[in-house]
Design a binder for this molecule. Structure first.
Ligand code: MN
Length: 129
């Protein structure tokens, strides 16, 4: 059993976020939505405690979610937060690209409701290794 996790979710799409929030909430985890890079920076500027895990949409209106990785890594305690990409466009070589950007791995969209929570908990527990 995994204790309650604090999960930050970078996601601009409402239905996608709603599903993630529902699934993680049902499992007893706490979800904070971050809809943009600007919101992430505001959260960090407020002195927020780093989350147990960050879920990262790579397709944001402002560009690639991967561009936000250095911002999170630079926050106090941010170096060890597992960052998991959630993407509909995982292709050959993408996993390596995500790892090279400093992420722990990825979960595919559309979200598989029966395995999503377990995948998140696994990444939070062991970094996905
Ligand atoms: Mn998106």
């Amino acid at each position: 059993m995994t204790s309650s996790l604090r999960v930050w979710v970078v996601e601009d799409n409402d239905p996608n976020f709603d599903l993630v929030e529902y699934l993680l909430g049902e499992a007893g985890h706490e979800v904070v939505r971050i809809a943009s890079g600007t919101e992430l920076e505001a959260l960090l500027a407020s002195g927020a405690t780093p989350p147990d895990l960050l879920l990262l949409d790579v397709n944001l209106p402002t560009g690639s979610g991967l561009d936000l990785v250095p911002t999170l890594r630079a926050m106090p305690g941010g170096a060890r937060v597992p960052i998991v990409v959630v993407t509909a466009h995982a292709m050959r070589g993408d996993r390596e690209r995500f790892l090279a950007a400093g992420c722990s791995g990825y979960i595919s969209k559309p979200i598989e409701t029966t395995s999503f929570v377990a995948a998140v908990e696994r990444y939070a527990t062991d970094g996905g290794e």
